[in-house]
Design a protein around this ligand. Structure first.
Ligand SMILES: Cc1cc2nc3c(=O)[nH]c(=O)nc-3n(C[C@H](O)[C@H](O)[C@H](O)COP(=O)(O)O)c2cc1C
Length: 412
């Protein structure tokens, strides 16, 4: 793994504050506190940092959406729900380098004027939630978090909030509902969280790895970040590579690195010398690629241009023995189970698709079933309150369109 922004992840005991500090940790926070908040916002804007949670929205612009009135309550939320199948980057940051996230959150809080932050962590990461709480206590003890941070007059408190294992609670407004103690159902937008977020107050919400880029940008300067990667996709990205590869794991590479290089150089190629069949490039909700498409560069625009998306950067590699209809069946089961049920097209559509794919796999399907699934995918996408509907429809649509022969063989 290259080590550019995430230099501590595989360092022994990097999670302790002493190790983190000995490797330059919290220097960025000291620098940040000596600068006016507006300067930090413009530095992050200039760096071109885009959200790593999936949508790739520019962080500096998100911060600028906040109302200018500095006396308002502003919350900062770190989205550590990491529910996207095939994704394990946030977990590594929090487990092995928790102070990087805490430092990134504290700098961000100072820049946007938040005094209270939450880390919303998926329920299954119970032991990591405990690690985070210990790291926060360490940081408070040394004055990096809490009251009057490093005698700057700025105070910021962080709470760790455990979710209960719902995928849709990774969606930012469902997540806020969940913190408020309600059922995790997405809200209609607008209003957006910048004006009406947690408890109705202005809120900025970012993925773990977005916030973890902030110390580098502040310490080394925005150009140091923007010169890595590609135009419109600056910096590095943590790619979690799993599936049929020789060396599954988490790898940091500049944005725009070809997928082929990640599979064959970082992850050591396809296991057992088999042929590559397909790749899911950015977590389960990103449309599948065929083996012919792996020269694509892994950045926001390049993946969009071939009808997929960078998403979470969770790369799932499948060899020649993989049955795509079986992958589609698992995908359909996951989304039918995780739909929150609020929007009819999503609630009914995901369950109907699951029913049809199960029927096809059982050898009882007909040709019209495939058309019916594609039609349902079209109806679900864009007709729901949140992007869950699209997240469910797009991968299934791509699996059927790109590997149609395999599905047809089952209905013949
Ligand atoms: C169904 C659904 C699930 C999501 N799950 C996550 C998640 O687990 N983690 C995450 O960071 N963002 C997730 N998102 C995206 C968030 O809504 C939001 O865009 C993100 O937290 C913003 O952070 P960023 O600006 O750092 O990308 C999800 C979105 C949807 C529609």
């Amino acid at each position: 793994m290259q080590k550019i922004l995430f230099k501590n992840i595989d360092v022994p005991d990097a999670r302790s504050l002493d190790t983190y500090k000995s490797r330059g940790g919290y220097a960025a926070l000291k620098k940040a506190l000596s600068l006016p908040p507006e300067k930090l916002i413009s530095m992050v804007e200039e760096s071109g940092l885009r959200g790593r949670g999936g949508a790739g929205f520019p962080a500096g612009i998100k911060w600028k959406f906040l109302p200018k009135d500095r006396n308002r309550t502003i919350y900062l939320i770190c989205n550590a729900d990491e529910g996207e199948p095939g994704t394990f980057k946030d977990r590594h940051i929090m487990e092995f380098d928790p102070h990087l996230l805490i430092e990134g959150m504290t700098i961000t809080a100072y820049a946007i004027g938040a005094h209270h932050g939450f880390i919303y962590i998926r329920g299954e990461y119970n032991w990591i939630a405990k690690l985070l709480m210990s790291a926060i206590i360490e940081a408070v003890t040394e004055g990096f978090v809490g009251y009057n941070i490093l005698n700057s007059g700025f105070s910021f408190y962080i709470d760790v909030f455990r979710g209960a294992g719902s995928y849709v609670c990774g969606e930012e407004t469902a997540l806020m509902e969940s913190i408020e103690g309600k059922a995790g159902r997405p809200r209609l937008k607008p209003p957006f969280p910048a004006t009406f977020g947690l408890y109705g107050e202005s809120t900025v919400i970012h993925n773990v790895s977005t916030l973890s880029c902030v110390p580098f940008i502040i310490e080394k300067g925005p150009e140091a970040f923007s010169k890595i990667g590609k135009p419109r996709s600056h910096g590095t990205k943590l790619f979690g590579i799993s599936g049929h590869v020789n060396k599954p794991g988490l790898y940091e590479y500049p944005m725009g690195t070809p997928l082929r290089k990640l599979i064959y150089e970082a992850a050591g190629g396809v296991r057992g010398g088999k042929r590559l069949k397909a790749v899911i490039p950015g977590g389960l909700s990103s449309p599948i690629l065929t083996a012919d498409e792996i020269d694509v560069e892994m950045d926001f625009d390049s993946l969009l241009s071939i009808g997929s998306m960078l998403g979470s950067g969770g790369i799932i590699v499948m060899d020649e023995d993989t049955s795509i209809p079986m992958i589609a069946q698992k995908t359909a089961k996951f989304f039918a189970h995780e739909s929150c049920g609020q929007c009819t097209p999503c609630r009914e559509g995901t369950n109907m698709i699951k029913f049809l794919i199960d029927r096809i796999i059982a050898g009882k399907g007909g040709h019209t079933d495939l058309e019916q699934i594609l039609r349902l995918c079209r109806y679900i996408k864009g007709s729901t309150i949140c992007a869950f509907g699209a997240a469910a429809a797009m991968p299934l649509n791509a699996m059927i369109k790109k590997f149609r022969g395999e599905f047809e063989a089952l209905v013949r």
